[in-house]
Design a protein around this ligand. Structure first.
Ligand SMILES: Nc1ncnc2c1ncn2[C@@H]1O[C@H](COP(=O)(O)OP(=O)(O)OP(=O)(O)O)[C@@H](O)[C@H]1O
Length: 775
C-alpha cells in the first residue's frame, strides 16, 4: 500500500485524536462541575426541604419537597455516572480510535462515504458527522458481513443496499498506525494471524476488531428466543457470547441494563478469566454465577449440596465396579425428563397421601404435631392444589401459634424477661398508651395494660422465627417427602435396572443431610412445586456457557425459573465432561425447544490452537473431521513415553524451561482429577515455582500451574502438558471428551506424557500429526 495513503490515514488518526482530546477536556471540566453540584446538594439537602409535620397537608408537602430534592440529586448522580462512562470510552478511543474502515456507496447515490469503525461512536466537534461509528451500529454490520462488492445493512428505515468499494483494517496503538491491511472476504487473516499468534493471557480479550462473519450472526441475532450455538473447541463461543452481551446492551440501551442479564459460567476461575472483556468494550459486567451457586442459593442451606466437581471427581476415581455403574445409572436417570415425569406422578400422589410435616414447636414443646398437620392437610378438599391447601394450613398454624402465645404469655418467665427489655421498648409502650388515651393517671388498669403489652413483646420476639418459618411453609418436610420416592417401586420402562441400589444410596445421603448433585434440580423442582416459588422477572437474558454440561431437566428448571427470558446457549458436544451429559440429550439438543422459538447455529472454525494442535485434537473425537483449524502454524504436538515417575518429573521440568525460553507465559500441567494434580504438585513444588489450582481458586497468574481438566474448561494456555495420557488413565469411552477438552486448551504447544501402553484415544490420531519420543 502506498506510503502516501498511510500518511493520509495517520493524518486522519491525528485529527480524530485531537477531537477526542478536546472532548475529554470538555467533559472532564463539566464532570467536575456536576461533582461539585452533587457535593453541595448533599451538604445542603435539608436546607431546601420544608419540614412541617403538623397537619396532613403539611406532611404531603414535606414529602413532595424531599422527593424533589432527591430526584434532583439522583439526576445529577446519573449524569455524573454517564460522564464517567463516556470518559472511559474516550480514553480508550484516544489510544485506538478505530480498527476498521469501509467505503460504502448507497444505491442511487454518487458519493462514496468512508466509515470508520471503533469501540464507540464519535461525532465531529460540530456534532454533525460521525468520525467513528460504534461497531454495534447497524451500518457497521457490513464490516463483518461483506467483502468488497455488493453489500447491505438493516437500518430503522429498512434495508439499505449499495456497494462496498474498500474494506481496510488498522492496528492502531497509542494513536499510531502500526499496521494497515486491505482485506477480502474474511476479516483480514493477517490481522487475525497477528492476534492469535500473541501470548495467551490470564484474562480473555475482546475480539471486536476481528469478529468473523459466522460469529457476527450470533452476536447480532435478535429475533430468536433461544439461540443455541454448537461450536468446536476454540471457535469463539465465549467470545461471541460476550460481544453479544455488549451488542444487546447497545441495541436495547433504553430498556436493557447489565443487571438484567445473567451469565452462567462453568467455574469461578472462568468467571474471572472473562471478567475484563465487557469493561474493555466500555460496558459493565453482567451478573455471573455458576449453576451450583444458583441452585444452592435457592435451596436455602437446608441440605449440604454436593459440588458438581466433587461428583465428577468421585466418578473418575471410584474405579470399575457395580458401585460406579449404579452411580452413573442414577446420574443419567435423574437428569432425564423421564425422572421429572416420575416426580410429577409423585406430586400427583401427594394430593392423596405421602406428605410429611415437621412439628411446629416452641422450645421443646410441640404446638402442633406433624401428624396433626397431616390430618388437617388431608382433610382439606382434594381438588385444591397442594399450594392452596398449604396456604390454608399456614393460616391455621398461625392461628394456633397465636392461641399458644396468649396462654404462654401468662407464664412467670415472660414477665421476668419483660424486666430485661430495653428502655426504648418501655418508651414505645408508653407512647402507644398515650395515643390510645388510656394512660391518664396511674390507674390500676393502665399498669395491667402496660404489663400485657410487655408480655406480648417478649412472646412476639420469641415466636418471630417460628412464624416466619410457618409463613414460608417450612413446616413441610420436603426432604422426607423427596426421600420417600426412593422407597417406591416403579414399573416404568425408563427406570434403570439399578433402581434398588440407587434408592439405597440416595436414601442414605438424604438421611445424612446431604443432597447429591444429581438430586439437586429434581429435589428443588419438587420442593418449588409444593411450596411455590415465583420466577425471576428481572433477568431478561440468560447466557449459558458450556451448555453441553446441562441436562434436559436442568434446562426445564431454568426455563421455569426465568419465565420471561431470552437465552443464548453455547456449548460443544465434544466437551461434555459430566456423567449426566455423556451420550444423552443436553441443553444443546434442539428438540427440547419449541421449533418456533429456537435457532441453532454451528461454528466449525477453531481459532485458539495452532493448526498442528487442532489437527491432532480433532482426530480424537468422532466427527472431528468437520472442525476447521485456523491456518496458523506451530510445533507438532509431542508425545513422550516415560518409564517411571522420576523420569516423568525431569521431563516436565525440562519442558517448562523449554516453554519459558520460547517466550510462553501461561503454562499448564493438566491432570484428569484433583487427586492426580495434588500428587504431582507434591512432587514438583520443591523443584519449581508452581501453583495448584483448586475449586477455591478464583484467579490465576502467569507462570506454571497444575489444574484438573474440569477446572480448565473454557480457559486457554500458551502451552499445555497432559500429565498422564496412558491407557491406565484414559481408556473409557466416557473419558474421550475429557481428553479432547484437555488437549484443546493449548494455544501454541502441546505435550503428552504416557508410561506403559498409551491411551487408546491416540489410536485414531494419524502419526504425521505428532512427534513421538521414547526415552
Ligand atoms: N474472531 C476472533 N478474533 C480473534 N480471536 C478470536 C476470534 N474468535 C476466537 N478467538 C480467540 O480464540 C480463542 C478461543 O475463543 P473462545 O474461548 O471464545 O472459544 P470457545 O469456543 O468458547 O472455546 P472452548 O469451547 O474451548 O471453551 C480465544 O483466545 C479468542 O480470543
Amino acid at each position: 500500500m502506498a506510503e502516501r495513503e498511510r500518511r493520509q490515514e495517520q493524518k486522519r488518526v491525528n485529527e480524530v485524536v485531537d477531537v477526542i482530546t478536546e472532548k475529554i477536556e470538555k467533559i472532564t471540566g463539566k464532570k467536575g462541575e456536576v461533582r461539585k453540584g452533587i457535593v453541595d446538594l448533599r451538604k445542603t439537602f435539608w436546607d431546601d426541604v420544608t419540614v412541617n409535620l403538623d397537619e396532613n397537608d403539611d406532611v404531603y408537602e414535606t414529602q413532595a419537597s424531599i422527593k424533589q430534592q432527591a430526584e434532583l440529586l439522583s439526576e445529577r448522580e446519573r449524569r455524573h455516572g454517564q460522564m464517567t462512562k463516556e470518559l472511559k470510552t474516550l480514553f480508550r478511543l484516544q489510544e485506538t480510535p478505530y480498527f476498521g474502515r469501509i467505503d460504502f456507496r448507497e444505491e442511487y447515490e454518487d458519493q462514496v462515504e468512508p466509515l470508520y469503525i471503533g469501540i464507540g461512536s464519535l461525532m465531529d466537534s460540530r456534532n454533525e458527522d460521525f468520525l467513528i461509528y460504534d461497531w454495534r451500529a447497524p451500518i457497521s454490520s457490513m464490516y463483518y458481513d461483506y467483502a468488497p462488492g455488493p453489500a447491505k445493512y438493516s437500518s430503522l428505515d429498512g434495508e439499505v443496499e449499495g456497494s462496498m468499494t474498500l474494506k481496510r483494517q488498522f492496528m492502531i496503538r497509542d494513536g499510531q498506525i502500526k499496521g494497515m491491511f486491505d482485506t477480502g472476504l474474511t476479516i483480514g487473516d493477517s490481522l487475525l494471524q497477528a492476534v492469535l499468534s500473541g501470548k495467551a493471557s490470564t484474562h480473555m480479550k475482546s475480539i471486536v476488531a476481528t469478529i468473523q462473519r459466522e460469529q457476527n450472526q450470533i452476536i447480532r441475532n435478535e429475533q430468536d428466543r433461544y439461540l443455541i450455538v454448537q461450536g468446536a473447541a476454540g471457535s469463539g463461543k465465549t467470545s461471541a457470547a460476550l460481544q453479544r452481551v455488549a451488542f444487546l446492551l447497545y441495541r436495547y440501551r433504553k430498556t436493557l441494563r447489565s443487571d438484567n442479564m445473567l451469565l452462567f459460567s462453568p467455574n469461578p476461575l472462568f468467571s474471572s478469566f472473562i471478567s475484563s472483556v465487557l469493561p474493555e468494550l466500555g460496558e459493565e459486567n453482567v451478573v455471573q454465577t455458576t449453576f451450583k451457586d444458583f441452585i444452592e442459593e435457592r435451596m436455602g442451606g437446608e441440605l449440604q449440596l454436593e459440588n458438581p466437581f466433587d461428583q465428577t471427581e468421585t466418578c473418575l476415581t471410584m474405579g470399575e465396579g457395580p458401585q460406579l455403574k449404579t452411580k452413573i445409572a442414577g446420574i443419567h436417570f435423574k437428569a432425564s425428563l423421564a425422572y421429572r415425569d416420575l416426580i410429577d406422578h409423585w406430586l400427583d400422589h401427594l394430593k392423596r397421601a405421602g406428605m410429611f410435616f415437621r412439628d411446629v414447636a416452641f422450645r421443646d414443646r410441640i404446638i402442633v404435631s406433624g401428624k396433626e398437620i397431616e390430618g388437617y392437610f388431608y382433610a382439606l378438599p382434594q381438588d385444591q392444589t397442594l399450594l392452596n391447601r398449604l396456604e390454608h394450613v399456614r393460616d391455621w398454624l398461625l392461628r394456633r401459634i397465636a392461641i399458644f402465645s396468649k396462654h404462654e404469655r401468662q407464664e412467670d418467665w415472660v414477665l421476668e424477661e419483660a424486666g430485661l427489655l430495653d428502655k426504648s421498648d418501655y418508651k414505645n409502650i408508653f407512647d402507644k398508651l398515650q395515643q390510645e388515651k388510656q394512660f391518664s393517671d396511674a390507674t390500676f388498669d393502665d399498669y395491667d395494660r402496660e404489663e400485657l403489652l410487655l408480655r406480648k413483646i417478649v412472646m412476639n420476639r420469641h415466636l418471630k422465627r417460628l412464624r416466619r418459618q410457618v409463613k414460608e411453609l417450612d413446616f413441610v418436610n420436603t426432604q422426607k417427602v423427596y426421600s420417600e420416592i426412593f422407597y417406591q417401586k416403579y414399573s416404568v420402562d425408563a427406570v434403570p435396572k439399578e433402581w434398588g441400589a440407587i434408592c439405597r444410596a440416595t436414601r442414605m445421603r438424604f438421611e445424612e443431610g446431604d443432597c447429591p448433585w444429581e438430586d439437586a434440580v429434581p429435589y428443588l423442582y419438587m420442593k418449588e412445586k409444593i411450596q411455590g416459588r415465583k420466577g425471576n422477572r428481572d433477568i431478561r437474558h440468560l447466557i449459558i456457557d458450556e451448555a453441553q454440561d446441562y441436562s434436559p431437566a436442568q434446562l426445564a428448571f431454568l426455563k421455569a425459573a426465568f419465565p420471561r427470558c431470552q437465552m443464548t446457549i453455547l456449548g460443544d458436544v465434544n466437551q461434555a465432561i459430566y456423567a449426566q451429559s455423556l451420550g444423552e440429550d443436553t441443553m444443546l439438543s434442539e428438540h427440547l425447544y419449541d421449533p418456533n422459538d429456537v435457532q441453532k447455529l454451528t461454528l466449525l472454525r477453531s481459532y485458539r490452537s495452532t493448526k498442528e494442535i487442532m489437527n491432532f485434537a480433532r482426530a480424537i473425537v468422532p466427527m472431528g473431521k468437520v472442525i476447521e483449524p485456523f491456518d496458523r502454524s506451530g510445533r507438532l504436538p509431542e508425545w513422550i513415553d516415560t518409564h517411571n515417575q522420576s523420569e516423568k518429573t525431569e521431563i516436565i521440568l525440562s519442558k517448562i524451561d523449554d516453554f519459558k525460553q520460547n517466550g510462553h507465559e501461561t503454562i499448564a500441567l493438566i491432570g484428569k482429577t484433583m487427586k492426580e494434580c495434588q500428587e504431582v504438585y507434591d512432587l514438583l513444588k520443591q523443584r519449581t515455582d508452581v501453583k495448584l489450582i483448586t475449586q477455591e481458586t478464583y484467579q490465576f497468574d502467569k507462570g506454571f500451574i497444575i489444574i484438573p481438566i474440569y477446572l480448565a474448561k473454557g480457559i486457554e494456555f500458551d502451552a499445555a502438558i497432559i500429565y498422564d495420557a496412558s491407557a491406565s488413565n484414559y481408556s473409557h469411552e466416557s473419558e474421550r471428551t475429557l481428553f479432547y477438552t484437555a488437549c484443546t486448551r493449548a494455544m501454541h504447544e502441546l505435550v503428552l506424557l504416557s508410561s506403559g501402553a498409551a491411551s487408546p484415544f491416540l489410536d485414531t490420531v494419524p502419526s504425521e500429526h505428532y512427534t513421538r519420543t521414547q526415552l
